[in-house]
Write a protein that binds this ligand. Structure first.
Ligand code: ZN
Length: 344
Protein backbone atom coordinates (compact mmCIF):
# COMPACT_ATOMS: atom_id res chain seq x y z
CA UNK A 1 0.00 0.00 0.00
CA UNK A 2 2.85 2.38 0.84
CA UNK A 3 4.36 1.36 -2.48
CA UNK A 4 1.08 2.17 -4.19
CA UNK A 5 1.08 5.62 -2.65
CA UNK A 6 4.67 6.32 -3.65
CA UNK A 7 3.92 5.23 -7.20
CA UNK A 8 0.83 7.37 -7.36
CA UNK A 9 2.65 10.46 -6.21
CA UNK A 10 5.55 9.76 -8.55
CA UNK A 11 3.04 9.95 -11.38
CA UNK A 12 1.45 13.05 -9.89
CA UNK A 13 4.72 14.89 -9.34
CA UNK A 14 5.52 14.40 -13.03
CA UNK A 15 2.25 16.12 -13.67
CA UNK A 16 3.00 18.94 -11.24
CA UNK A 17 6.44 19.61 -12.74
CA UNK A 18 4.78 20.53 -15.99
CA UNK A 19 2.75 23.12 -14.07
CA UNK A 20 -0.02 23.13 -16.60
CA UNK A 21 -2.29 25.40 -14.66
CA UNK A 22 -0.46 28.70 -14.36
CA UNK A 23 -3.09 30.37 -12.24
CA UNK A 24 -6.74 30.04 -11.43
CA UNK A 25 -7.64 32.14 -14.43
CA UNK A 26 -5.36 31.19 -17.27
CA UNK A 27 -5.62 27.65 -18.48
CA UNK A 28 -3.12 26.06 -20.81
CA UNK A 29 -4.46 23.61 -23.38
CA UNK A 30 -1.97 21.08 -21.97
CA UNK A 31 -4.16 20.00 -19.08
CA UNK A 32 -3.23 17.02 -16.91
CA UNK A 33 -5.95 15.43 -14.83
CA UNK A 34 -7.09 12.11 -13.44
CA UNK A 35 -7.16 9.25 -13.05
CA UNK A 36 -10.89 8.69 -13.31
CA UNK A 37 -11.69 5.02 -12.95
CA UNK A 38 -14.88 3.67 -14.49
CA UNK A 39 -16.26 0.34 -13.31
CA UNK A 40 -17.53 -1.92 -16.05
CA UNK A 41 -18.88 -5.44 -15.76
CA UNK A 42 -15.65 -7.28 -16.46
CA UNK A 43 -12.95 -4.62 -16.08
CA UNK A 44 -12.01 -1.14 -14.94
CA UNK A 45 -11.31 1.60 -17.43
CA UNK A 46 -8.80 4.14 -16.17
CA UNK A 47 -8.86 7.47 -18.00
CA UNK A 48 -6.42 10.34 -17.64
CA UNK A 49 -5.88 13.61 -19.40
CA UNK A 50 -2.17 13.86 -20.24
CA UNK A 51 -1.01 17.05 -21.92
CA UNK A 52 -4.56 17.67 -23.03
CA UNK A 53 -5.00 14.21 -24.56
CA UNK A 54 -6.97 11.17 -23.46
CA UNK A 55 -4.90 8.26 -22.14
CA UNK A 56 -7.00 5.25 -21.44
CA UNK A 57 -6.28 1.72 -20.26
CA UNK A 58 -8.22 -1.34 -19.22
CA UNK A 59 -7.43 -2.78 -15.82
CA UNK A 60 -8.48 -5.88 -13.94
CA UNK A 61 -11.51 -5.42 -11.70
CA UNK A 62 -9.37 -5.80 -8.58
CA UNK A 63 -6.87 -3.08 -9.55
CA UNK A 64 -8.82 -0.61 -7.41
CA UNK A 65 -11.17 -1.02 -4.50
CA UNK A 66 -14.72 -0.88 -5.89
CA UNK A 67 -16.87 -1.34 -2.79
CA UNK A 68 -16.78 0.86 0.28
CA UNK A 69 -18.55 0.45 3.60
CA UNK A 70 -20.66 3.35 4.82
CA UNK A 71 -18.72 5.40 7.38
CA UNK A 72 -19.48 4.99 11.06
CA UNK A 73 -20.99 8.13 12.65
CA UNK A 74 -19.80 8.00 16.27
CA UNK A 75 -16.31 7.54 17.75
CA UNK A 76 -15.15 7.77 21.36
CA UNK A 77 -11.86 7.66 23.28
CA UNK A 78 -9.95 9.37 20.48
CA UNK A 79 -6.81 10.95 21.96
CA UNK A 80 -5.95 13.47 19.29
CA UNK A 81 -7.97 15.15 16.57
CA UNK A 82 -6.98 17.59 13.84
CA UNK A 83 -9.48 19.31 11.55
CA UNK A 84 -9.38 21.48 8.47
CA UNK A 85 -11.98 22.51 5.95
CA UNK A 86 -12.89 24.02 2.59
CA UNK A 87 -9.81 23.02 0.60
CA UNK A 88 -11.64 23.88 -2.66
CA UNK A 89 -8.99 22.45 -4.98
CA UNK A 90 -6.04 24.19 -3.27
CA UNK A 91 -4.07 20.96 -3.01
CA UNK A 92 -0.58 22.50 -2.63
CA UNK A 93 -1.60 24.83 0.17
CA UNK A 94 -3.49 22.08 2.03
CA UNK A 95 -0.40 19.86 1.77
CA UNK A 96 1.84 22.61 3.13
CA UNK A 97 -0.46 23.20 6.11
CA UNK A 98 -0.68 19.46 6.86
CA UNK A 99 3.08 18.96 6.56
CA UNK A 100 3.90 21.92 8.80
CA UNK A 101 1.45 20.68 11.41
CA UNK A 102 2.93 17.16 11.23
CA UNK A 103 -0.22 15.42 10.07
CA UNK A 104 1.80 14.12 7.09
CA UNK A 105 5.54 13.89 6.43
CA UNK A 106 7.62 15.32 3.57
CA UNK A 107 6.50 12.47 1.31
CA UNK A 108 2.84 13.05 2.15
CA UNK A 109 2.68 9.94 4.32
CA UNK A 110 0.49 9.80 7.43
CA UNK A 111 2.34 10.72 10.62
CA UNK A 112 -0.57 11.43 12.96
CA UNK A 113 -0.42 8.01 14.60
CA UNK A 114 -3.74 6.89 16.05
CA UNK A 115 -5.19 10.40 15.77
CA UNK A 116 -8.23 11.34 13.70
CA UNK A 117 -8.05 13.87 10.87
CA UNK A 118 -11.37 15.47 9.92
CA UNK A 119 -11.91 17.29 6.62
CA UNK A 120 -15.08 19.25 7.23
CA UNK A 121 -16.32 19.34 3.62
CA UNK A 122 -15.87 21.34 0.41
CA UNK A 123 -12.90 19.69 -1.24
CA UNK A 124 -14.67 20.27 -4.59
CA UNK A 125 -15.09 23.41 -6.73
CA UNK A 126 -13.27 26.72 -7.26
CA UNK A 127 -9.61 25.59 -7.39
CA UNK A 128 -7.68 23.58 -10.01
CA UNK A 129 -6.48 20.55 -8.02
CA UNK A 130 -9.63 18.81 -6.84
CA UNK A 131 -8.66 15.42 -8.34
CA UNK A 132 -5.21 15.50 -6.71
CA UNK A 133 -6.83 16.31 -3.36
CA UNK A 134 -9.36 13.49 -3.67
CA UNK A 135 -6.73 10.83 -4.44
CA UNK A 136 -4.49 12.18 -1.70
CA UNK A 137 -7.32 11.77 0.84
CA UNK A 138 -8.20 8.39 -0.64
CA UNK A 139 -4.71 7.00 -0.06
CA UNK A 140 -4.10 8.83 3.23
CA UNK A 141 -7.21 7.12 4.60
CA UNK A 142 -5.61 3.73 4.06
CA UNK A 143 -2.35 4.78 5.71
CA UNK A 144 -4.15 6.29 8.69
CA UNK A 145 -6.14 3.11 9.16
CA UNK A 146 -2.97 1.02 9.09
CA UNK A 147 -1.60 3.19 11.95
CA UNK A 148 -4.75 2.90 14.04
CA UNK A 149 -5.80 6.42 13.05
CA UNK A 150 -8.62 7.65 10.87
CA UNK A 151 -9.34 10.18 8.12
CA UNK A 152 -12.90 11.51 7.97
CA UNK A 153 -13.92 13.24 4.76
CA UNK A 154 -17.28 14.85 5.50
CA UNK A 155 -19.37 15.98 2.55
CA UNK A 156 -20.09 19.70 2.28
CA UNK A 157 -22.52 21.64 0.12
CA UNK A 158 -20.04 21.69 -2.79
CA UNK A 159 -19.74 17.89 -2.82
CA UNK A 160 -23.53 17.64 -2.91
CA UNK A 161 -23.73 20.33 -5.60
CA UNK A 162 -21.34 18.53 -7.94
CA UNK A 163 -22.93 15.14 -7.30
CA UNK A 164 -26.30 16.71 -8.19
CA UNK A 165 -24.90 18.17 -11.43
CA UNK A 166 -24.71 21.78 -10.23
CA UNK A 167 -21.44 22.59 -11.97
CA UNK A 168 -21.41 26.39 -11.66
CA UNK A 169 -18.29 26.46 -9.52
CA UNK A 170 -15.97 23.97 -11.21
CA UNK A 171 -12.57 25.31 -12.25
CA UNK A 172 -12.20 25.97 -16.00
CA UNK A 173 -9.64 23.19 -16.18
CA UNK A 174 -12.37 20.64 -15.64
CA UNK A 175 -14.27 21.85 -18.69
CA UNK A 176 -11.24 20.68 -20.66
CA UNK A 177 -11.37 17.33 -18.83
CA UNK A 178 -15.08 17.05 -19.73
CA UNK A 179 -14.22 17.63 -23.38
CA UNK A 180 -11.30 15.22 -23.54
CA UNK A 181 -13.15 12.47 -21.67
CA UNK A 182 -16.46 13.32 -23.38
CA UNK A 183 -18.11 13.02 -20.01
CA UNK A 184 -19.95 15.65 -17.98
CA UNK A 185 -18.03 16.49 -14.79
CA UNK A 186 -20.56 15.02 -12.35
CA UNK A 187 -20.53 11.77 -14.31
CA UNK A 188 -16.82 11.43 -13.52
CA UNK A 189 -18.11 10.79 -9.98
CA UNK A 190 -21.12 8.65 -10.85
CA UNK A 191 -22.06 5.52 -8.96
CA UNK A 192 -20.10 3.44 -11.46
CA UNK A 193 -16.75 5.11 -10.78
CA UNK A 194 -14.24 4.39 -8.00
CA UNK A 195 -14.24 7.95 -6.63
CA UNK A 196 -18.03 8.14 -6.98
CA UNK A 197 -18.57 4.98 -4.95
CA UNK A 198 -16.04 6.15 -2.39
CA UNK A 199 -17.79 9.53 -2.02
CA UNK A 200 -21.13 7.76 -1.57
CA UNK A 201 -19.74 5.98 1.51
CA UNK A 202 -18.94 9.26 3.28
CA UNK A 203 -20.72 10.88 6.18
CA UNK A 204 -22.13 14.40 6.51
CA UNK A 205 -21.73 14.55 10.28
CA UNK A 206 -19.41 12.71 12.63
CA UNK A 207 -19.28 12.73 16.42
CA UNK A 208 -15.81 12.18 17.91
CA UNK A 209 -15.70 12.22 21.70
CA UNK A 210 -17.95 15.17 22.64
CA UNK A 211 -17.42 17.05 19.35
CA UNK A 212 -19.81 17.05 16.39
CA UNK A 213 -18.21 17.93 13.05
CA UNK A 214 -20.44 19.12 10.20
CA UNK A 215 -19.87 21.43 7.23
CA UNK A 216 -22.57 24.05 7.88
CA UNK A 217 -23.84 23.35 11.37
CA UNK A 218 -26.78 22.04 13.33
CA UNK A 219 -29.59 24.60 13.64
CA UNK A 220 -32.53 24.69 16.00
CA UNK A 221 -34.75 24.47 12.91
CA UNK A 222 -33.09 21.20 11.95
CA UNK A 223 -33.73 19.91 15.47
CA UNK A 224 -37.52 20.22 15.31
CA UNK A 225 -37.38 16.49 14.79
CA UNK A 226 -35.32 14.28 17.06
CA UNK A 227 -31.64 14.23 16.16
CA UNK A 228 -30.15 10.94 15.10
CA UNK A 229 -26.71 11.27 13.56
CA UNK A 230 -26.66 7.80 12.03
CA UNK A 231 -30.08 8.25 10.43
CA UNK A 232 -29.14 11.70 9.13
CA UNK A 233 -26.00 10.35 7.49
CA UNK A 234 -27.97 7.51 5.95
CA UNK A 235 -30.58 9.87 4.51
CA UNK A 236 -27.94 12.24 3.15
CA UNK A 237 -26.00 9.36 1.63
CA UNK A 238 -29.13 8.00 -0.05
CA UNK A 239 -30.03 11.49 -1.30
CA UNK A 240 -26.98 11.63 -3.58
CA UNK A 241 -28.70 9.49 -6.18
CA UNK A 242 -32.14 11.04 -5.76
CA UNK A 243 -33.31 13.49 -8.42
CA UNK A 244 -33.29 17.08 -7.23
CA UNK A 245 -36.81 17.73 -8.54
CA UNK A 246 -38.10 14.66 -6.71
CA UNK A 247 -36.38 15.76 -3.47
CA UNK A 248 -37.75 19.27 -3.83
CA UNK A 249 -41.29 17.92 -3.93
CA UNK A 250 -41.00 16.71 -0.34
CA UNK A 251 -40.18 18.40 3.00
CA UNK A 252 -36.88 16.48 2.97
CA UNK A 253 -35.25 19.03 0.71
CA UNK A 254 -35.90 22.06 2.89
CA UNK A 255 -34.83 20.30 6.08
CA UNK A 256 -31.68 18.63 4.79
CA UNK A 257 -30.63 20.82 1.83
CA UNK A 258 -32.14 24.13 2.94
CA UNK A 259 -30.32 27.13 4.40
CA UNK A 260 -30.87 25.79 7.93
CA UNK A 261 -29.80 22.27 7.01
CA UNK A 262 -26.47 20.69 7.99
CA UNK A 263 -24.56 21.51 4.79
CA UNK A 264 -25.70 25.12 4.27
CA UNK A 265 -26.38 26.57 7.75
CA UNK A 266 -24.52 29.79 8.66
CA UNK A 267 -26.41 30.69 11.80
CA UNK A 268 -23.53 30.58 14.29
CA UNK A 269 -22.07 33.54 12.38
CA UNK A 270 -25.19 35.39 11.26
CA UNK A 271 -28.02 34.75 13.66
CA UNK A 272 -26.69 36.25 16.90
CA UNK A 273 -27.72 33.16 18.80
CA UNK A 274 -27.63 33.52 22.56
CA UNK A 275 -25.39 31.30 24.65
CA UNK A 276 -28.56 29.62 25.86
CA UNK A 277 -29.70 28.80 22.34
CA UNK A 278 -26.30 27.28 21.57
CA UNK A 279 -26.49 25.25 24.80
CA UNK A 280 -29.92 23.97 23.82
CA UNK A 281 -28.60 22.82 20.44
CA UNK A 282 -25.64 21.09 22.11
CA UNK A 283 -27.95 19.37 24.61
CA UNK A 284 -30.20 18.12 21.85
CA UNK A 285 -27.30 16.58 19.95
CA UNK A 286 -25.63 15.32 23.12
CA UNK A 287 -22.33 17.10 22.46
CA UNK A 288 -20.26 19.88 24.05
CA UNK A 289 -18.69 21.34 20.90
CA UNK A 290 -19.58 21.74 17.23
CA UNK A 291 -16.86 22.16 14.58
CA UNK A 292 -17.93 23.69 11.27
CA UNK A 293 -16.49 24.86 7.96
CA UNK A 294 -18.43 26.73 5.21
CA UNK A 295 -18.12 30.28 6.60
CA UNK A 296 -14.72 31.66 5.62
CA UNK A 297 -12.56 33.20 8.34
CA UNK A 298 -9.03 34.56 8.38
CA UNK A 299 -7.98 31.87 10.85
CA UNK A 300 -9.48 29.07 12.90
CA UNK A 301 -11.90 30.69 15.36
CA UNK A 302 -13.70 29.80 18.54
CA UNK A 303 -17.15 31.19 19.26
CA UNK A 304 -19.53 30.94 22.20
CA UNK A 305 -16.85 30.19 24.76
CA UNK A 306 -15.25 27.37 22.74
CA UNK A 307 -18.56 25.66 22.14
CA UNK A 308 -18.37 26.36 18.41
CA UNK A 309 -15.20 26.19 16.33
CA UNK A 310 -14.94 27.59 12.80
CA UNK A 311 -12.30 25.82 10.74
CA UNK A 312 -12.79 27.30 7.24
CA UNK A 313 -9.63 29.41 7.32
CA UNK A 314 -9.98 30.54 3.67
CA UNK A 315 -7.65 27.97 2.13
CA UNK A 316 -9.72 28.61 -1.02
CA UNK A 317 -7.80 31.88 -1.56
CA UNK A 318 -4.62 29.84 -2.00
CA UNK A 319 -2.45 31.87 0.34
CA UNK A 320 -3.05 30.89 3.97
CA UNK A 321 -4.79 28.33 6.13
CA UNK A 322 -4.83 26.68 9.53
CA UNK A 323 -5.94 23.54 11.34
CA UNK A 324 -7.76 22.98 14.63
CA UNK A 325 -6.15 20.61 17.12
CA UNK A 326 -8.10 18.86 19.85
CA UNK A 327 -5.84 17.13 22.36
CA UNK A 328 -8.01 15.61 25.08
CA UNK A 329 -10.00 18.69 26.20
CA UNK A 330 -7.45 21.23 24.98
CA UNK A 331 -8.33 23.16 21.81
CA UNK A 332 -5.68 25.04 19.84
CA UNK A 333 -5.12 26.22 16.31
CA UNK A 334 -2.17 25.16 14.19
CA UNK A 335 -0.96 28.03 12.03
CA UNK A 336 0.32 27.56 8.50
CA UNK A 337 3.88 27.49 9.85
CA UNK A 338 2.89 24.79 12.30
CA UNK A 339 2.83 26.83 15.51
CA UNK A 340 0.25 25.72 18.04
CA UNK A 341 -1.68 28.71 19.40
CA UNK A 342 -4.09 28.61 22.32
CA UNK A 343 -7.37 30.44 21.96
CA UNK A 344 -7.56 33.70 23.87
ZN1 ZN B 1 -19.58 25.31 2.04
Amino acid sequence: MIKQLALYFAILSGVFLNAQVKSNDSISPLVNDGPYVFIEQDRLVEKRVVNGELKQKDLKLNSYQTTFNAEVSIYSDVEQIVALSDIHGQFDLAIEILKNNKVIDENLNWMFGNGHFVIVGDVFDRGPKVTETLWFIYYLEKQAKASGGKVHFLLGNHEYMVLHSDLRYIHKKYQKTEKVLQTRYDQLFSNTTVLGKWLRSKATLVKINDNVFVHGGVSSDFLIEEFNIEATNKLMRASIDREKTEMKSSSFYERYYGSNGPIWYRGYFNDDLTNEEVNTILNQINANHIVVGHCSQKEVLQLYDQKIFAVDSSIKNGTYGEVLFIDAELYSRGTMKGEKMKFN
